[in-house]
Design a protein around this ligand. Structure first.
Ligand code: PMP
Length: 361
């Protein structure tokens, strides 16, 4: 085809310049890299799910509005009638929907750095300008810098994860409120790690019409289902809803999530175990020479260790997969992030880390 285009000729240059989000191979590894809940559901619940799968009408499209699923979410999260819910194929998709909606020429999407990388990546996908305001050295919000950047850039949307990924901390709530009040556009508080955080902006939803709250079931034990939600005033959600593809939540996700959400006690008990394991892991890391541990309100812990990339590879050789953040941002120099696993996995991680550190000295 002499006249056909090459990818370089028709794909946008900023897409050509991207590298795809890398998901490392994990076969045979103890997988502590992706903030998954390490526990399966109890067998009785899995039997119920098997029966749902048996009778699900998968020859039909799913309920486009996912009404039954939304009803149980509304009930469980005590969402008031003046708020609407938007469902996404994971909260990633919700970030994408928001970015597409605001992608006017010159529009700005703002967050902090370091933050969840998808905020920046999706801004690029949607051809909008991304501004990441650096956090302070201890990963606290730099409120004054944030307020100045808001005034200067007038962002259409600000994303703040609460707790933040990859740092694990909760930003100061009063500082976030100042940002919400100063923001000319919407502020999305991303509470992906809410199950482990004991803090939320849910009660502020009624007070600030430009506040939207994002949640996901991924970290609580249902990562494979892909279900995220955005809660906010109808005036915002109704607009975003127009960009949601009609059948973005598959029938199995709808049925299984609805079933499991009738048994949230199971998920809460698992989250409690993860929190107590987090405390043990934190204490262990705190006893290690040369390691700086950052306090976490999520299901992972960030720590700094000399020669982090080397330690990361040594752990990998020992079949332990965590996340290497060294080199991803100046504030994350020599930082690694470990997801809290089962007690056994955590013991193996600690032993492997200890052995790797001993070998490097
Ligand atoms: N927000 C934050 C802060 C995250 O860390 C993640 C996952 N790493 C997500 C959103 C996306 O989660 P999901 O698409 O699985 O709902």
């Amino acid at each position: 085809m002499p006249n056909s285009y090459s990818p370089e000729q028709i794909i946008r240059p900023e897409i050509l310049a991207l590298s795809a989000y890398h998901v490392p191979a994990a076969t045979g590894m103890i997988k502590l890299d992706a903030m998954e809940n390490p526990y399966p559901l109890p067998s009785a619940l899995r039997d119920d799910i098997a029966r749902l799968a048996e009778s699900a009408p998968i020859n039909r499209y799913p309920d486009a509005s996912a009404a039954a699923l939304k009803a149980i979410l509304r009930q469980n999260l005590e969402i008031t009638d003046d708020m609407e819910i938007l469902l996404g194929n994971g909260s990633d998709e919700i970030i994408q929907i928001i970015a597409m909606a605001i992608a006017k020429p010159g529009a700005v999407l703002m967050s902090v750095e370091p933050a969840f990388v998808m905020f920046r990546m999706i801004a690029t996908f949607a051809n909008i300008q991304y501004i990441g305001v650096p956090l302070q050295k201890d990963f606290a919000l730099d409120t004054e810098a944030m307020l100045a950047a808001i005034e200067k850039n007038r962002p259409a949307v600000i994303f703040l994860a609460y707790p933040n990924n990859p740092t694990g901390n909760l930003f100061d709530a009063a500082a976030i409120l100042r940002i919400i009040q100063a923001a000319p556009g919407i502020v999305v508080i991303d509470e992906a790690y809410n199950a482990f955080a004991e803090a939320s902006f849910k009660n502020q939803l009624g007070t600030y019409p430009n506040l939207l709250l994002m949640r996901t079931l991924s970290k609580s034990g249902l990562a494979g289902l892909r279900l995220g939600l955005l809660i906010g005033k109808t005036e915002w959600i109704a607009q975003l809803e127009k960009l949601r593809l009609p059948y973005n939540i598959g029938i199995m996700t709808q049925l299984i999530a609805e079933k499991v959400l009738h048994h949230t006690d199971v998920l809460s008990a698992q989250a409690e175990t993860i929190k107590s394991e987090r405390a043990k892991l934190n204490a262990f890391l705190g006893t290690m020479r040369n390691i700086e541990v950052y306090p976490s309100k999520a299901n992972f812990i960030l720590f700094r260790v000399p020669a982090a990339s080397q330690i990361f590879h040594m752990l990998k050789q020992r079949k332990i997969l965590i996340k290497n953040l060294d080199g991803t941002h100046p504030l994350l120099k020599d930082c690694l992030r470990v997801t809290v696993g089962t007690p056994d996995e955590n013991v193996q991680f600690c032993a492997a880390l200890h052995a790797s550190l001993t070998e490097t000295v």
